[in-house]
Design a protein around this ligand. Structure first.
Ligand SMILES: [Zn+2]
Length: 154
């Protein structure tokens, strides 16, 4: 009954994701599942396969892709298919570089967004406006995400 409805033929990045998330349901051309990055009572996570075989991940509650893959013990690179045809050392190096850059792109996106939140908070503090508990909590989330992004970029 509770076995996830993962088709037997699933493999590649989408298959890896589906094997790690809970409450998987087929939905349209993809799947929905419980988001591992927040307290998810509904199934907020959407998982689908892109045309190039990469896994497309979206949390409708707003979690960053980086936070979702990390919560699953994966890296952004794991969202991309490994090409068996590129098993030469040169191919592997090129693939590794492409994965690294996609991780950078995701991390830079996180940095840009979270930095703007820190800037808003800093301006408020500079203007003598105290931060409310919600603002304070959001600021801590921003700091956590920035540190996560820094790990990827380091
Ligand atoms: Zn989420």
């Amino acid at each position: 009954m509770s076995a996830p409805a993962v088709p037997h033929s699933s493999y590649g990045p989408v298959g890896v994701l589906l094997s790690r998330v809970e409450r998987v349901r087929k939905s349209g051309r993809g799947y929905t599942a419980r988001c591992p990055a927040h307290e998810d009572r509904s199934a907020s996570l959407s998982i689908a396969e892109g045309n190039d075989g990469r896994a497309l991940v979206k949390c409708f509650a707003g979690c960053e892709v980086l936070a979702v893959v990390r919560a699953l013990g994966l890296e952004v690179a794991d969202l991309f298919p490994q090409r068996v045809a590129d098993a030469t050392p040169e191919g592997r190096t090129a693939a590794r570089e492409a994965w690294r850059q996609s991780g950078w792109a995701a991390a830079l996106g996180v940095l840009a967004r979270e930095a703007s939140i820190v800037v808003i908070a800093a301006r408020a503090v500079a203007d003598g406006q105290p931060l409310g508990p919600d603002d304070h909590a959001r600021l801590l989330v921003a700091v956590e995400r920035i540190e996560g992004a820094r790990e990827v970029l380091a």
